[in-house]
Ligand binder design. Structure first.
Ligand code: XIL
Length: 320
């Protein structure tokens, strides 16, 4: 099929604590982002903790910058994300809100954020990471599910649809590349919600892969079963990390294996009808979230720190 190739727009993550320039203020970063991809995702800039410094305030500065950049470069945007257990502000997580107040807060957030970009977002990750790897709903660590129950998921999709009727509305998660307890849980939940008429348009797998694990061979089969429900699918956060000591350079063999994983993910995205995009979770390596999150792993993106191309870059290009 025809797909968008996208990238996360770096910024606001752990690397802001470090001694690097803000990615979007770097000319070479902007040039690369404008040239290499047709779709943008906010790596952090549309998350609750970023948009909502306090209960009363919406801070759209960096999100707006991404939207403007996309418009100037003819790119589409994936909105990320509205309902999630992580990166929520402390005032929200530790606030003493009643269930009614929390419901109103989520609705107000969706109305305001989705409404602001109405008609300009191709797809929203409405709901992010609600299942554990065992396929259990995160009823403890997700504030919305814990305080409001699973019914809030249908509400979130309905509120998002009302705020922007043109955006495609997605469930998004990691470790759902292949068929597993976790992707089975999504399959069952989405089947049920669709039968109730909940406006769900898509299911996406993030695609955070590691050379420590085998390639998820059954990704095509998995995405296809969601496509068969009438959904669009997407790969939304592709990166391929590898064992790497700090300051070390990957071996040629690691780079080849990484390129192979990138190539196979690209082929999977192309081969599933209705898979509409393949988004890389940022570049170059220096802006990747991987070393700060996965101890002893790194070099997960397709570009070296000086923006020269790794074998993985050519692997994606060749597969397209
Ligand atoms: C990550 C960002 O890349 C980091 O900069 C941030 O510190 C933490 O979040 N799944 C998601 C993304 O849905 O939002 C996460 O992004 C990576 C895992």
């Amino acid at each position: 099929g025809v797909i968008e190739i996208g990238s996360a727009v770096a910024g606001g993550g752990h690397h802001t604590e470090q001694d690097y320039p803000t990615p979007m203020s770097e000319e070479i970063y902007r040039e690369t982002l404008g040239r290499e991809v047709t779709s943008l995702s906010a790596e952090n800039q549309m998350k609750w903790d970023y948009l909502r410094p306090d209960r009363e305030t919406f801070d759209f500065e960096d999100a707006d910058e991404i939207m403007d950049f996309a418009q100037q470069h003819g790119q589409v945007v994936r909105g990320h994300t509205l309902l999630w257990h992580a990166q929520n502000p402390t005032w929200l997580e530790e606030g003493d809100f009643s269930a009614d107040e929390l419901r109103d807060l989520l609705k107000e957030h969706i109305d305001t954020v989705v409404g602001r970009y109405r008609g300009r977002i191709q797809q929203w990750d409405v709901v992010n990471e609600i299942f554990t790897d065992e396929g259990e709903l995160r009823l403890n660590d997700n504030i919305w599910l814990r305080e409001l129950g699973p019914g809030i998921l249908a509400d979130a999709f309905r509120w998002t649809r009302a705020a922007d009727p043109d955006a495609l509305l997605f469930f998004n998660d990691y470790n759902v590349d292949g068929v597993s307890a976790k992707s089975d849980a999504y399959y069952a939940l989405i089947t049920e919600l669709l039968a109730e008429g909940v406006p769900i348009d898509g299911f996406s797998t993030q695609g955070h892969l590691s050379l420590r694990y085998d390639f998820p061979e059954d990704i095509t089969e998995n995405l296809q079963r969601f496509a068969d429900l009438g959904l669009e699918t997407a790969i939304t956060e592709l990166d391929v990390r590898m064992d790497l000591e700090e300051g070390a350079t990957p071996t040629e063999q690691q780079l080849e294996q990484q390129a192979d994983y990138y190539r196979r993910m690209t082929e999977a995205a192309l081969s599933v009808e209705g898979c509409n995009s393949l988004t890389l979770w940022g570049f170059p390596d220096v802006y990747s979230w991987v070393p700060g999150t996965f101890e002893g792993e790194g070099a997960a993106t397709v570009l070296w720190d000086d923006y020269t191309r790794k074998p993985a870059y050519y692997a994606v290009q060749d597969a397209l």
